[in-house]
Design a protein around this ligand. Sequence first.
Ligand code: FA5
Length: 357
Amino acid sequence: MTTSPLAELSAHAASLLARIDEVTTLAELTQQEPHIVGKRSILSALQKSLGGLAPEERKAAGAQLQEVRRRIDEAFAARRGVLEALARAQALEADRLDLGDVVVTQVRVPLAAGHPGIVAATQRQLEDVFVAMGFVVADGPEVESDWYNFEALNIPPAHPARGMWDTFYVDLGEPETVVLRTHTSPTQIHLMERAVLEGALPIHSVMPGRCYRRDTPDARHLAAFHQIEGLVVDRGIAFADLAGVIETFTHAYFGPDISSRLRPAYFPFTEPSAEFEITCTICRGQGCRTCSQTGWIELGGCGMLDPAVLEAVGVDGDEWSGFAFGFGIDRCAQMRHQIADMRALIDNDVRFLRQFS
Ligand code: FA5
């Protein structure tokens, strides 16, 4: 006995719909697809078998087959939709960070905050000391003409005193020689010139800044270093005023147990001139490598303003007199913090720098 295709169809339709419902993953559905709705499906085989039916019968069976196929296709598409939604939900669940169960610890990575370098900090402290003593702070250029750096300071070309400063020249061509200033003393000249022009004498100023010399770096020297210049122009100024300022400054900045002394010296722009020294703070006067075994460290030079300098800038030497001093800021930092070798200031070793934050 042969079974009619239509009887077969309804049996197969039920089993195909059940099969679709049983599929639980997208991968499995894809794998089943050719057997349920594709060319290798039972429906395709039935379609082919309709050719053997009588035309009337074939028409009715064809329409029924189309209906079954539509239901199977719909069920298949619906199942695919369900399984895709399930897969998305599972993926989201896998990615979800359940903050309810997690103890969130805020990890603070400390950022190293910068701080002023030791020389900049020393410069500020020195300015504070002098401002407290009644000085005002002024500024001057680092690149100077020969006239400001030397000639106006009573150091004409070919003067042997030029040998006191190994100079960096800036090649700008004619008309004048230009240098990186070898000391802060040229700022004295700028200040006095301006004060004369503006009728703004007297002057009580300090002028900190960077200087340059062709010095070979060693325990007490750098090629680029800092000085602070002091200038007083007033009526009736005497050497005792200068000595008093140096003494007051030394105790204010280094403390009462550090002594200072003035020793006769020569600078072309001051007369009389002196060198200003303090007890070496590294060895407390016992003698060490830093102070070349002398127990003293030279901080700077000073003296009464030479009449030739006053004349160069148009200050009336009969009415005004004054003094100047200039000493090393790096040297002060070195002595204040007992740094045996000044080159440590430019090594940029953070272990050294951190000590002064
Ligand atoms: C001068 O430069 C004079 N202009 C100082 C002066 C000013 C005298 C006003 C009179 C009146 P001197 O060359 O000695 O002087 O330098 C003064 C100080 O600067 C030194 O004692 C030292 O503390 C510092 N100094 C000089 N050269 C260097 C260097 N290469 N590195 C670090 N510090 C230096």
